[in-house]
Write a protein that binds this ligand. Sequence first.
Ligand code: PEP
Ligand code: MN
Length: 328
Amino acid sequence: MVAEFGCHIQPIIGAVRTIYAIVGDERDELMINRLEGLGYVERVDRIQSPFKLMDRRSDLATHRIKIGGATLGEQLFVIAGQCTIDPNNPQFFIETAEAVKEAGANVLRGGVWKPRTNPYTFQGDVKSLDILMEASRRTGLPVDAEVMDETQVQLALDAGVHMLQIGARNALNYSLLRAIGRAVAERDTVILLKRSLHMGPISEFISAAEYVVAFGNPSVILCPRGTSPTLDGYRYHPDESVTPLLKEKTWAPVVVDPSHSVGKAAYVQACALAAIAYGADGFCIEAHVAPSQGIGDDPKQAITPEVLADTIAQAKQIWALRHPARAD
Ligand code: PEP
Ligand code: MN
């Protein structure tokens, strides 16, 4: 059967088990599925990487993502800002933008459209796109916003959004991943791909990034943000610990989102620092000048700019320990 896929079999006969080495390009999913379906096959181990572009040994391994005056991997990289922009209180977002810049953020985040569990809660507002871009102009910071469909992708790109966020709920939406890959193909837009709540093996996360990169824009950042099941007391199961696994398999930068992982402002700093200790290139944090007056996730999980500044200062120390030759 493997001959159909241009491969041949080399048996390795042991005392109790026989291993069949498949020689040739063994990445064809259909061949793997057929082999896995054979009753006498205990397991199929892949030698070749299923991702051609995201693999650490691919030609893209030397690609460096530059945004907001930072080159990922060369210094601590910080995305910070509100979960949700309140279109009725734009002054909060402008103040937050200025404050996170002052605290040392490289990119400003702000939710324009929001993926909400409950259809009756605030879903975001396209008017917030103008507020986002106004904050970008005032601070000089590039901006990051989540997009959930192709119309939003186009609106965000037309407005000049520098970083498109693919949220945890859409990280498994392959047609959207493809559409975003196509839309950013000729641009220097950066993609922040969250880890889905329901992803299985780490290769599933990297393969989702492969969908985007396959269209020609290699600037994809992987963002672990907590998964299911939840850890009692936290919003999700914090997953900054997958960073070394990602680093082993892919060249892509890893920027952890501690805010959604733990879901409570009081725990965010510890999670952010742990991410840097695990080798992440940075973090994406929800911050607000007045969290209690925010909307979306901000009242419960946004930290203040003061805590953000302290988190960045501590993270830089951990960064310096991990990168002794490159400390800034
Ligand atoms: C967010 O960043 O505000 C958000 C909704 O993120 P996630 O997709 O990780 O839930
Ligand atoms: Mn949020």
